[in-house]
Ligand binder design. Structure first.
Ligand code: ZN
Ligand code: ZN
Length: 356
């Protein structure tokens, strides 16, 4: 079954006849179109793809199995026509379509076509990766493994966080990435206590921790991996925090398999960290799905839905402990859920390494 077939098969349970796909990432997933302006209508008996004149040739190469149409920039003109007879329930992405776009669409569509909020249909399908997607995610993860090897050779002490972050992103591109999946995090000493720290123009000192959280984007797919390094002899509290986070990471990673929910896997790490007295220092979720976007379904967190993980999910496992004014530790792997359990795509060692 094609991606469009699988998305179409999900529509009946929501009482929809067709789905309007407007979000660029969802559009890429369903049609493989990589341009910046297009839309699709997908249903059991309909495969329409609309783009503007700039992308007509590109769409011929990328978009297979759809009736391709050309329209003015706004793209909705053709949607005045071409619908099946009778009443049509057309799902749209109420999480991303603007109020203005919705009004324009309503005006253009025949009255018998009802617009029905239907966010998440494509995202549910995206959460279960095909072998081809897992290969791409593995290749994106391999670039980051390579970068961590480069960090060890190149060193950290005396360079600014920002210098390191810029160099990391440059190295990713030299290794074939189209860019980084998200702004790189390089956070030393007390700055590491901020989970989403922005790199500063401050030199990385000796005898502390440095957290590096990076991802490479390759063929549209993202990777995401965090390692925390020592820059010399560590104070006792930071060394203990590292040991605790590593233990929580290994235990929760071991729980990743088809069956448990994201909440249950989050709880494995959270209980260990809480028992050690650091529950308040682990304020974020354990992990998230990764694919065409750096953060997508499914979530591993206290607020995750009750659905079990399934083979084909690709998630991060990234517990952290953040000690205000002192430093932080986060260790993050990218992991594929398989029929037998899981496969870790991040291969870089998690032993505490000292980098000068
Ligand atoms: Zn990360
Ligand atoms: Zn992450």
């Amino acid at each position: 079954m094609s991606r469009a077939d699988r998305v179409s098969a999900r529509l009946a349970e929501r009482g929809l006849d067709a789905l309007l796909v407007t979000d660029p990432v969802n559009l890429r997933y369903v049609t493989r179109f990589t341009g910046s302006n297009g839309l699709a209508v997908v249903g059991p008996d309909v495969r329409r793809f609309v783009t503007d004149f700039r992308y007509v040739e590109q769409a011929k190469l990328e978009v297979d199995g759809f009736d391709r149409e050309r329209a003015a920039l706004q793209l909705i003109e053709p949607l005045a026509e071409g619908w099946a007879d009778g009443d049509v329930r057309l799902g749209f992405d109420d999480a991303s379509l603007s109020v203005r776009a919705h009004a324009q669409l309503r005006e253009k569509l025949p009255d018998r076509v009802a617009l029905v909020p239907a966010a998440g249909v494509v995202e549910e399908e995206r959460a279960v990766k095909e072998p081809e997607e897992i290969e791409r995610l593995a290749a994106a993860a391999a670039i980051v493994d390579d970068i961590y090897g480069w960090v060890l050779e190149r060193g950290l002490v005396g360079r600014t966080e920002r210098d390191v972050a810029v160099a990391l992103e440059h190295e990713m591109r030299l290794r074939g990435a189209s860019g980084s999946s998200f702004p790189s995090i390089v956070a030393a000493a007390e700055h590491g206590a901020l989970p989403h720290a922005q790199p500063r123009d401050v030199e990385i000192p000796r005898d502390t921790l440095v957290t590096i959280d990076i991802g490479a984007r390759l063929d549209g797919y993202c990777s995401d991996c965090t390692r925390t390094y020592a820059t010399g002899a560590l104070p006792g509290d930071l060394a203990e925090a590292y040991e605790l986070v590593l233990r929580a990471q290994l235990a929760s990673l071991a729980a990743v398999a088809p069956g448990p929910t994201g909440r249950e896997i989050d709880a494995v790490a959270r209980e260990l960290i809480t028992e050690a007295g650091h529950g308040d220092h682990f304020g974020h979720g354990l992990g998230h799905g990764v694919g065409l976007q750096p953060h997508e379904a499914p979530r591993l967190s206290r607020a995750a839905p009750d659905s079990p993980l399934v083979a084909g999910n690709v998630v991060t496992v990234e517990p952290g402990v953040y000690l205000p004014g002192r430093g932080g530790v986060r260790i993050e792997d990218l992991v594929v859920v398989t029929e037998q359990g899981h496969d870790v795509l991040s291969r870089t060692t998690k032993d505490l390494l000292t980098v000068g």
